[in-house]
Write a protein that binds this ligand. Structure first.
Ligand SMILES: Cc1cc2nc3c(=O)[nH]c(=O)nc-3n(C[C@H](O)[C@H](O)[C@H](O)COP(=O)(O)O)c2cc1C
Length: 140
């Protein structure tokens, strides 16, 4: 299985998550991309996409929303999983991304994972690794 992991991150928490996710897959077909350095046209080749984004102003970041808007998989059967971090309360911050992904033919692999950070800058909540492990069990 080919897996692309795309993250955005201002303070490093989603970067940490993306790296953890990347290291959790045992095969070599896993790539981790920072959204700002990545052109959606060049990463069309995966079977599974995992997105990890901060919640900012109640939504995924602008860069992540733009990226997903421009990502096309040409009608292939592709799955996705979504992770977000938040500092206040759990909101429906991923709804817009989900709608976009669905409209492009992506299939949701599992329920979204929402991880709390302590204040704007983090750290991530205790036990986040276990939550990611469970998320990945459901995704794959
Ligand atoms: C401009 C901005 C807006 C934010 N808005 C929200 C928000 O609406 N709800 C929330 O729970 N956290 C909000 N936060 C906190 C972020 O969710 C938190 O900084 C982020 O999850 C940390 O991830 P990162 O280290 O990968 O950047 C906001 C942070 C910034 C910088």
């Amino acid at each position: 299985m080919r897996v692309n992991i795309i993250y955005d991150s201002k303070y490093g928490n989603n970067k940490k998550i993306a790296k953890y996710v990347g290291n959790s897959f045992e095969n070599n077909n896993v790539k981790v991309f920072f959204v700002k350095d990545t052109d959606p046209d060049y990463i069309r080749d995966a079977d599974l996409y995992i997105f990890s984004t901060p919640t900012q102003v109640g939504k995924a970041t602008k860069k992540m929303r733009k990226f997903v808007k421009n990502l096309n998989v040409d009608g292939r059967n592709v799955k996705y999983g979504l992770i977000t971090t938040y500092s206040k309360e759990k909101t429906d911050s991923l709804a817009e991304l989900e709608m976009k992904l669905k409209s492009k033919g992506f299939e949701k692999a599992t329920e979204n994972l929402k991880l709390k950070v302590d204040g704007k800058k983090g750290n991530l909540e205790d036990g986040y690794e276990k939550k990611i492990d469970k998320f990945l069990e459901r995704v794959t």
